[in-house]
Every structure is written in structure tokens, then in C-alpha cells.
Design a binder for this molecule. Structure first.
Ligand SMILES: NC(=O)C1=CN([C@@H]2O[C@H](COP(=O)(O)OP(=O)(O)OC[C@H]3O[C@@H](n4cnc5c(N)ncnc54)[C@H](O)[C@@H]3O)[C@@H](O)[C@H]2O)C=CC1
Ligand SMILES: O=C(CO)COP(=O)(O)O
Length: 404
């Protein structure tokens, strides 16, 4: 019930993406929506990039398998999914009428996704990006949350942390960081007083982008018929007994930490594959965090709070787990051990899963080169060179010395 005793309209939730992490986040959100029938519609829509999988010797559509067996046999095998997580192969149908859109797929696909759903979502929908990466177009670098927000004319926050999907899917405890800067036009309702700002059409709203610039495109406020969409509702949606949420408002810091640590994770895998151990990896992690902080100072000086990188799961937490047990580290190590390229390993070993470090390294390096500042980021440059197979791993210590 709302403050004035009237029944609230429920938030409808859609997750766009159904890979290893996408399905895991779909699972935990579906558990939460079932637990909070006063806030959310019970069913969570999950858009699935349709493909044929073999089950019991028969070719079947992945969506059919998820909706009947309640298991994503390709991307999250052996995990029972809640019955109210509904796989949907139609992107437009999956996002229809949803107030909360959670984007969770490899970052290379987001451009095409935004094109397809533009004009098919509620004007007052709000987004959360769980994607780790950046997008570089025409020499411009954008955070995914920002790219989504701009392309869909909605506000979009970010979720990122030291999160290994298979562990969370098995309900092993961990923590995450959600950055959401509740848009001013939603604050009337987000404080929970149930008072509408009186306008359901476009209003001028001074929300800011990740560099602190005022965004001119006005937002449509979330109507007051819905439970106020702010930190409380997001915590209800994402927090589980096994998934502790820290809510912050530094979207740029959370997004950058999640994106750039994947480059460092590749470097750690290369170093370990070469035969060096934890002390060498620690040097790489330290240097990597230094370059992430440098990147934030150089390109997001108005917005990134360095505290986020030091203190949140989305900062050092993610760096440590990514460099010791996540996919980018694991498979870059394997590439060096087998003497093949990491791209080859991604094709042959990952069964359709993607290593975000490869494209992030490419995009960040091209952005830095275009500005002539790549030498300020020796570790990022080194990883790009290794991906091109024109840097010898024995050069690593020398490159570190040159950077001092
Ligand atoms: N897996 C993990 O432990 C974690 C992943 N992340 C991040 O979550 C994001 C999503 O990763 P995952 O769910 O792990 O994905 P994934 O790497 O497991 O799966 C790849 C996904 O891409 C989809 N796909 C393939 N071709 C496509 C196309 N043309 N258009 C659209 N989708 C297509 C596949 O259907 C599949 O769902 C990434 O940015 C990743 O860095 C973040 C935290 C943990
Ligand atoms: O982001 C992650 C850990 O927090 C997962 O990283 P990988 O994509 O390398 O598995």
C-alpha cells in the first residue's frame, strides 16, 4: 500500500542477457521479486539470445529448456532456476512495460541491443548495468551505464563487484557494489513519502553524466503510483542472504573499476602462465590499480571518487578476485602455458562465454593512443602488445623499470 492507503503499481523487472552472470543475476532477482510482492511483479523476464542446444541427444531451443527444465544448460549448468524467471527470445517483448531493466551481457553486444529496444521501453524505465567494459566510438570513451542511458534516454546505474557467477549461483556468500544516483525527478517519490511531483510527462531534470556535465535530455519521472525507485527498492531487488549489497552513488568509479580490472587480470594470467608466481602478480595488481586511478584522474576527475576504488567491492575487491580466480586470468594463463593466443583459447575453451579483457584492452589502448598518452599507462600498453603477440613476457620487469 502507498502512504495514502492506495495500492501501488508493481515494478516489472527484465534482465537483458542470460550468460553465466546474466542467468545468475536473473536467479537472485527472481528470488527477491517472489519475496517482495508489495514492490515487484513476481515474474522476471530474461531475454535470451536464442540458440539451439543439445539436451538428451535432441536439439532444443535454449529458451524452451530454461522454461521447462529451469536450468540454463549452456551458460549456468546444474543450477536450479526459480520458476518465475521466464526466458524470452523476443527482446522487444521481454522489455515491454518493465520499469527496471538490468543489462547483463558481454559489452560488445550492447550497441545492437540498444538499437533494437529503443522506442519499445517505458519512457520512465530505469536501468542497472552489470556489464564490465567500456565503449569507444569516434575517439570517445563511454561507460556502459552512460552509453545505455544516453541511447535509451533513461537513467542507468551500475552493479559491479568481486563476483564469480558460479559461486553466487551456488549461494556462496559474497558482496557487491551498486552505484545509483537517484535522478532528482524521482526523489519526490524515492524518499518514500508517496507524493508525486505531479508530472508524468517530460520535465527538465538536472541529472549529470559520468564526467559531471549536466545532461540536457530530460528524463521522465517514475510515476508516483510505483514504489519509489531509489536505493531501498534496488537493495530489495538485488540483496540476498548470500549476496550483500553496498549502495553508493559513484557510478563512474564503480563502472571504471569493473571495466579496467579485466586488463589487469589478463596481465596476471600472462605472468603466471610464464611461470612467475604470487609476488609477480602482486606487482601487476599494484601497478594495475595505479593505472586505473590514473585513468580516473585523467578522464573522470569530476566524478570518480577514489574511495570507491580503495574501499568498495567494485574496486580492490574485484581486482583481487579477478586476478586470482576469474575467467580472464584463468584463460590468459592457459594461453601462455599452451603457447597459443588468448583469442584461440576463447574460441576453443569457453563454450560461448566471452573474455571482456580482450576487447576492453583494445578499446582503452586505442583511446589512449589517440591522445598520445599510452606511455603513461605501461601496463595497459603491455597487455595490448601481448595481445598483438609483439611483446615478450621477459620484457615485463624492464617495462616496469622504465615506467618509474
Ligand atoms: N561470469 C561472471 O562471473 C561475471 C561476469 N560479469 C560481467 O557480466 C557481463 C556478462 O557476462 P556473462 O553473463 O558472464 O556472459 P557469458 O560470457 O557467460 O556469455 C555470453 C553471452 O553472450 C550471448 N551472446 C552471444 N552472441 C550474442 C549476440 N550476438 N548478441 C547478444 N548476446 C549474444 C550469449 O547468449 C551469452 O548469454 C560481462 O560484462 C562480464 O564481464 C560480471 C561479474 C561476474
Ligand atoms: O568480473 C568478474 C569477477 O568479479 C568475473 O570476471 P571474468 O569475466 O574474468 O570471469
Amino acid at each position: 500500500m502507498g502512504a495514502n492507503g492506495t495500492q501501488k503499481t508493481l515494478h516489472k523487472v527484465t534482465i537483458v542477457g542470460s550468460g553465466n552472470w546474466g542467468t545468475t543475476v536473473g536467479k537472485l532477482m527472481a528470488e527477491s521479486t517472489a519475496e517482495h510482492p508489495d514492490v515487484f511483479e513476481k515474474d522476471v523476464q530474461m531475454w535470451v539470445y536464442e540458440e539451439t542446444v543439445e539436451v538428451d541427444g535432441q536439439p532444443q531451443k535454449l529458451t524452451d529448456v530454461i522454461n521447462t527444465k529451469h536450468e540454463n544448460v549452456k551458460y549456468l549448468p546444474e543450477i536450479k532456476l526459480p520458476d518465475n524467471l521466464i526466458a524470452n527470445p523476443s527482446l522487444v517483448d521481454a522489455v515491454k512495460n518493465s520499469t527496471i531493466l538490468v543489462f547483463n551481457l558481454p559489452h560488445e553486444f550492447i550497441g545492437n541491443i540498444c538499437k533494437q529496444i529503443k522506442g519499445h521501453i517505458l519512457p520512465y524505465a530505469r536501468g542497472i548495468s552489470c556489464i564490465k567494459g567500456v565503449t569507444v566510438t569516434d575517439d570517445k570513451i563511454e561507460l556502459l551505464s552512460e552509453y545505455i542511458g544516453e541511447n535509451l534516454s533513461i537513467y542507468c546505474g551500475a552493479l559491479s563487484g568481486a563476483n564469480i557467477a558460479s559461486e553466487i549461483a551456488n549461494e556462496m556468500w559474497c558482496e557487491t557494489t551498486i552505484a545509483y544516483n537517484t535522478p532528482p525527478c524521482d526523489k519526490h517519490t524515492a524518499n518514500g513519502n508517496g507524493v508525486s511531483n505531479g508530472a508524468n510527462g517530460y520535465v527538465v531534470d538536472e541529472h549529470r553524466d559520468s564526467r559531471g556535465q549536466i545532461i540536457k535530455t530530460p528524463l521522465t519521472p517514475v510515476p508516483s503510483e510505483y514504489p519509489a525507485l531509489g536505493h531501498d527498492v534496488l537493495r530489495k531487488l538485488f540483496e540476498r542472504p548470500y549476496f550483500t549489497v553496498s549502495m553508493v552513488s559513484d557510478v563512474a568509479g564503480v563502472s571504471l573499476g569493473g571495466a579496467l580490472k579485466n586488463i589487469v587480470a589478463l596481465a596476471c594470467g600472462f605472468v603466471e602462465g610464464h611461470g612467475w608466481n604470487m609476488t609477480a602478480k602482486t606487482a601487476v595488481m599494484r601497478r594495475g590499480m595505479q593505472e586505473i586511478i590514473q585513468f580516473a584522474r585523467d578522464f573522470y576527475p569530476e566524478t570518480v571518487q577514489e574511495k570507491t576504488l580503495w574501499e568498495e567491492s567494485a574496486g580492490w575487491g574485484d581486482m583481487i578476485v579477478s586476478c586470482t580466480s576469474a575467467r580472464n586470468w584463468r584463460y590468459s594463463k592457459m594461453a601462455v602455458e599452451r603457447g597459443v593466443s588468448i583469442q584461440e583459447i576463447e574460441r576453443t575453451e569457453l563454450n560461448g562465454q566471452k573474455l571482456q579483457g580482450i576487447s576492453t584492452s583494445r578499446e582503452v589502448s586505442s583511446f589512449l593512443r589517440a591522445r598520445g598518452v599510452e606511455d603513461k599507462y605501461p601496463l595497459f600498453k603491455l597487455v595490448d602488445g601481448i595481445l598483438d603477440q609483439n611483446v615478450n613476457l621477459e620484457d615485463i620487469p624492464r617495462l616496469f623499470r622504465k615506467s618509474q
